[in-house]
Design a protein around this ligand. Sequence first.
Ligand code: SF4
Ligand code: SF4
Length: 64
Amino acid sequence: MAYKIIASQCTGCSACEFECPNTAISMKGDTFIINPKKCTECKDHFDSPKCAEVCPVDNTCVPA
Ligand code: SF4
Ligand code: SF4
């Protein structure tokens, strides 16, 4: 399972990029995307998905 970023809601703040333990998040155009092959939903790293936790916009990092 992986998370995804709702591009239309992403402000491009980049907060999530630096928190991802799997470097699954990268910039694409004005927003960020999650590589589903690298995203583990933070299993074995954190209790909950870190990108969703740090994102300032509610419901922008969500289950894919
Ligand atoms: S859920 Fe975790 S592993 Fe997946 S993109 Fe977000 S921070 Fe990275
Ligand atoms: S933390 Fe949220 S608003 Fe900021 S770049 Fe990531 S998905 Fe976009």
